[in-house]
Design a protein around this ligand. Structure first.
Ligand code: GDG
Length: 467
């Protein structure tokens, strides 16, 4: 196997296996973002093929070398569903749900991170660049550096990094910070996340931090400079504009509205069914507006797409029950034979259909309680080439830092959320246009290719500076 000069390490490979034993691209922002670099460098991608106990030899797919890491059923349960999604995920999202601290989960996390690091070390050529992705693999940067000091290592954290008062709950807080500090550049979604990380480094390790730089002592007594900085992720905006221009997708958007009985206002939520997304808060606010007669079911429908997610994790199973109970109550109380209050879809849709939903929606509700970025907000804005529509956006989503012209909300404040929904529903067309233009400008000026280029440029500079 020839070694690669550019290697991505992520929990998942960028492909899904299909029913006839072949592979197809799994759609997703990261895959799109990295496609140009992967092609031009003939890079390699290390990741899990997505099914337990699946043993597959490395293979080439669309110009990229794919290097599968096998996860056993136990690994999936302990490392992925357990430590990643039941410990780190709730802790890093400000303990919205209670994190599970278990030594068995931690041990599995260490062991699986080691396997990813070993696979990446084998795949990388001398002096190669390796880019590690996300919270499932926080120990990989230091593990890699230990064996391969020749490598340039980047890490990007897609979810929030919490304030020290919360982070310090983690029994393995020191090991995780040390793991991340193995990278030359540690990228975050928000300036505040990078600040929280730097503070954890100061508190736990007493290293000197200045601006975005961190001085990391080396075994030989020298120090190495690591950079911890915000690189807000974005979307492939051009592809959304292209889909939004398609006649069949526009026709489908009209069909969706007709299917709902042509209400005057369609509100939309699109989320993985996750407790971080604030779906319950959104439903509560909407239900109260109907109850108080500020909105009527003849005029307004809320379409909630809740794509199935992490269904084997207990907290997620509970959340589903809770949301579905709430939807059932609201619909039971307010539906008429011809009109529904909430059209709830616990399904995953093709991207074309998602864009049709975006085009059908007058108001997009992004009410996350905590969210690294929230790409849905950017996708909605990019799709609205007609400058119609209103984005209601939570302060607790990373996108808030860039999309200040949205109607912004604190989703915990139900009265405030209700007022924001009313403001969005009643917003004059001219104001919608002004706001949407400014939102679209930001998303179009900074797309996902800019994101990966900026990160990789910073990584190349960091390495030059270190030499
Ligand atoms: C994590 C961080 C950060 C959803 N349902 C369907 C579908 N989607 C697509 C959306 C969007 C993506 O999935 C979800 O991205 P988000 O950013 O909204 O949220 P997370 O999944 O939590 O992502 C997040 C992100 O990583 C990137 O760094 O922004 O904060 O939590 O693209 O459109 N796509 C299709 N059918 C669905 O039913 N096709």
């Amino acid at each position: 196997m020839t070694a690669a000069s550019f290697v991505v390490v992520a929990n998942r490979l960028p492909v899904d296996s299909d029913s006839d034993g072949g592979w197809r691209h799994s759609p997703g922002g990261l895959v799109t973002a990295l496609e140009p670099v992967m092609r031009s460098t003939r890079g390699a991608w290390v990741g899990w093929p997505g099914q337990p106990d699946m043993e597959v030899e490395p293979f080439d797919f669309d110009g990229t070398r794919l290097i599968p890491v096998t996860l056993s059923t136990d690994d999936v349960e302990l490392y992925y569903e357990g430590f990643s999604n039941d410990t780190i995920w709730p802790l890093y999202h400000d303990v919205i749900a209670a994190p599970r601290y278990s030594r068995a989960l931690w041990e599995a996390y260490v062991q699986v991170n080691r396997r990813f690091a070993d696979a990446a070390a084998r795949a990388a050529a001398k002096d190669a660049t390796v880019w590690v992705q996300d919270y499932q693999l926080q120990l990989v940067p230091a593990m890699l550096r230990e064996h391969r000091p020749d490598l340039t290592i980047g890490y990007f954290h897609h979810i929030p990094f919490p304030a020290y008062g919360l982070y310090s709950q983690l029994p393995w807080r020191r090991q995780v910070v040390e793991g991340l500090l193995g990278a030359d550049v540690i990228g975050f979604q928000r300036v505040a996340d990078a600040g929280n990380f730097a503070r954890a480094v100061r508190r736990l390790l007493h290293y000197e931090t200045r601006a975005s730089g961190i001085r990391v002592p080396q075994p030989d007594g020298t120090t190495r400079r690591a950079l911890a900085k915000a690189f807000p992720i974005s979307i492939d905006a051009a592809s959304y504009i292209e889909l939004a221009a398609r006649e069949d997708i526009q026709a489908r958007a009209r069909e969706i509205r007709e299917g709902l009985g042509n209400p005057a206002h369609v509100l939309l939520g699109v989320d993985r069914l996750d407790y971080t997304k604030g779906i319950g808060h959104r439903l509560k606010a909407f239900g109260e507006l109907l109850g108080e007669g500020r909105l009527s079911v003849e005029d307004v429908t809320l379409v909630q797409v809740a794509s199935p997610s992490r269904e084997r994790v207990e907290t997620y199973a509970h959340l589903r029950d809770e949301i579905e109970l709430t939807v059932g109550r609201i619909d039971g109380d307010f539906d008429t034979v011809g009109h529904t209050a909430v059209r709830y879809l616990h399904q995953a849709f093709p991207r074309e259909e998602m864009v049709a939903f975006f085009l059908a929606a007058d108001v997009m509700l992004v009410t996350a309680l905590r969210d690294g970025m929230n790409l849905v907000a950017k996708e909605y804005v990019a799709s609205r080439t007609d400058n119609h529509g209103v984005l209601v956006l939570s302060e607790f989503a990373g996108a808030y830092d860039e999309l200040g012209r949205a109607v912004t909300v604190n989703p915990h404040d139900i009265e405030g959320l209700k007022d924001a929904i009313m403001q969005a529903v009643n917003m004059p067309a001219a104001e919608q246009r002004r706001r949407m233009r400014s939102l679209r400008r930001r998303v179009l000026e900074h797309d996902v290719e800019d994101w990966s280029r900026e990160f990789l440029d910073a990584l190349a500079d960091a390495r030059k500076g270190a030499m």
